[in-house]
Design a protein around this ligand. Structure first.
Ligand SMILES: [Ca+2]
Ligand SMILES: [Ca+2]
Length: 93
């Protein structure tokens, strides 16, 4: 099973037993910050965020840099990215 959202690390669970017709997947949290979609949150994603940082007089060229979707790329987006810095997509199984 793979759950994905653009700009977020994928959640991947390679084995998921289904023992009845009713399946409770619980709460699955996707981690934001994978702006270049390579499955990791690294300095490359940080560079994308800084290149789009609001207040520099340039328009946002990569909308993924606005992680919280409030229309500006600022400290709040940076904080969200840093919360997941150096993490990779979840792979269980
Ligand atoms: Ca990345
Ligand atoms: Ca934002």
């Amino acid at each position: 099973m793979r759950i994905s959202r653009t700009g977020y690390l994928n959640y991947i669970n390679l084995s998921f037993p289904i023992e009845s017709s009713d399946v409770d997947f619980g709460v699955i949290t996707l981690r934001p910050g994978d702006l270049n979609r390579n499955g990791q949150v690294t300095s490359s994603d940080l560079l994308i965020l800084f290149a789009n940082y609001s207040g520099r007089g340039y328009p946002i060229t990569n909308p993924l840099a606005d992680i919280n979707g409030d229309g500006v790329v600022d400290y709040n987006d940076l904080q969200l990215l840093l919360n997941n810095f150096m993490l990779t997509a979840d792979v269980d199984g």
